[in-house]
Design a protein around this ligand. Structure first.
Ligand code: ADP
Ligand code: MG
Length: 448
């Protein structure tokens, strides 16, 4: 963690009030798939539920493509929900339209990642910040001009910037313009989609401080989307971790970072470089790539890549390397089944095996060559190879799933409440009969 962020942590006191402002229930947002001959829809957000308190900052993290922006845009009603509810101050806003929707929109605003493309370079700063006031016919033109001057000052710019154009400003200043514009109509709730990702680290800290000050001054509620976990760690009260359209874990920032409950959170945190690269660590790494949101795995969405997947009883004592080999082999087959040649080659880079034109026998040799594979396992690998040789990759996958699959691939996990902070984790391992994720890490010698 950089010193700049370190400093922030002490200052950033929570402004949460305990009163629910935003309540999301089983929200789904799908793209496409609605024509008669249409392909499966992209399930960008696929059943998420959570609440945000008035005055709170909730972080939303996860790998690129997991649905963060879509979720943020659906909360703002910039995308139409496919199902579920978004309650804002008690009202289900997914049902609003026309004048009601326009009226409600004044309460909620979005700040975008890229201050370069989100500001119109043909408008002056004054015009950009005034635009929402014009759209909503806010008071008199004179009062609008006065309001814009105040807003510029509020975000640390000055009156003299009023007639300049965005291209005359640095990235950090441009983001201040975007924030001034978002504040124009005195909203209560801001969705900030990667607000500092495009900025230098020193500028990032200044913008984060500004956001913190504005929250204190105006009692704002934030949803902060970020892929950089250090940003989230230092400004958010709670964090939601997203994977393939689902929230895998949600809880108070410090608890979640210090002792992640969910295997996916654990894997994400393990990917952060440590300050001391020579430190002895045994990190949990993620293999392969997320599956397509058009065809998410059944059961737990993380099951195809989860390093802590529950094994069937009969393989509980199977050598860890052989088990891992079976998982890698299944991952190669999954990628072959749903990916184009180019992604299959990317998978080869990630997994080290199984490029598009590699013979399936060769893949098995690469994965299991040095291992002592018991016959109860190898007979099923042989069967799978036969399927693939008859061009039936799906058949091979099904066979392996029957044999090596577990509850993780058959049932959608509940959101299990893991501690008295209300933190929940979406994982079968929290059920009594299995080792919890933490116990798994300890017994397999991983760092926590
Ligand atoms: P993130 O912000 O986490 O990177 P997004 O919400 O942008 O993720 O995207 C989630 C998924 O939805 C991705 O697979 C993306 O390709 C897809 N997607 C996003 N916007 C659209 C759209 N307008 N039409 C079709 N698919 C989309
Ligand atoms: Mg995004």
């Amino acid at each position: 963690m950089t010193a700049l962020y370190e400093q922030r942590r002490d200052d950033a006191a929570s402004a949460a009030t305990g009163e629910t402002l935003v309540e999301v229930r089983n929200l789904r947002t799908y793209y496409g798939g609605d024509g008669v001959f249409a392909a499966e829809p992209v399930k960008a957000v696929d059943g998420v539920s959570f609440e945000i308190e008035r005055g709170e900052t909730l972080g939303l993290v996860g790998e690129s493509g997991c649905g963060k922006s879509t979720l943020g845009r659906t909360l703002m009603q910039l995308e139409t929900a496919t199902g579920g509810e978004v309650r804002y101050d008690g009202t289900d806003v997914t049902t609003l339209s026309g004048a009601e929707l326009k009226e409600w929109r004044q309460n909620v605003q979005m700040v975008f990642q890229d201050p370069d493309s989100s500001l119109n370079d043909r408008m002056t700063v004054g015009e950009i910040v005034m635009e929402p006031l014009n759209v909503h016919d806010w008071r008199t033109p004179q009062e609008r001009r006065q309001r814009v001057r105040e807003l510029l000052e509020t975000v640390g710019l000055s009156e003299e910037h009023y007639y300049r154009y965005p291209f005359q400003f640095s990235g950090g200043q441009r983001q201040r313009i975007g924030i001034a514009r978002a504040l124009a109509l005195e909203p209560d709730f801001l969705v900030l989609d990667e607000p500092v990702s495009a900025l230098d680290v020193s500028v990032q800290a200044k913008i984060l401080n500004l956001l913190d000050d504005l929250q204190a001054e105006f009692g704002l509620t934030y949803l902060v989307i970020a892929h950089d976990l250090s940003v989230v760690e230092h400004i958010c009260d709670r964090v939601a971790v997203m994977y393939l359209g689902n929230i895998m874990e949600l809880g108070p920032t410090e608890r979640l970072f210090d002792d992640p409950a969910n295997p996916y959170t654990n894997a994400l945190l393990s990917a952060i470089p440590t300050a001391d690269p020579t430190a002895e660590t045994d990190r949990m790494t993620l293999r392969g790539t997320p599956p397509s949101p058009r065809d998410p795995p059944e059961g737990c969405v993380f099951s195809t890549r989860c390093p802590m997947k529950i094994r069937p009883e009969k393989y509980a004592d199977l050598d860890d390397d052989v088990w891992e080999g079976v998982e890698v082999f299944r991952e190669v087959l999954r990628e072959r089944a749903d990916a184009s040649a180019s992604t299959t080659d990317r998978v080869k880079e990630l997994l080290g095996v199984g490029g598009a034109d590699t013979d399936v026998d060769e893949v098995v040799e690469d994965v299991f060559g040095d291992l002592d594979v018991p016959s109860e396992v190898s007979q099923h690998l042989d069967t799978a190879v036969e399927y693939v040789e008859q061009d039936d990759v799906e058949g091979a996958r099904e066979h392996l799933r029957e044999e090596f699959g577990s509850v993780c691939e058959r049932e959608v996990p509940d959101d299990h409440v893991v501690d008295d902070t209300g933190r929940f984790s979406h994982c079968h391992r929290h059920r009594g009969e299995h080792d919890a994720p933490g116990e798994f890490l300890d017994s397999h010698g991983y760092d926590r």
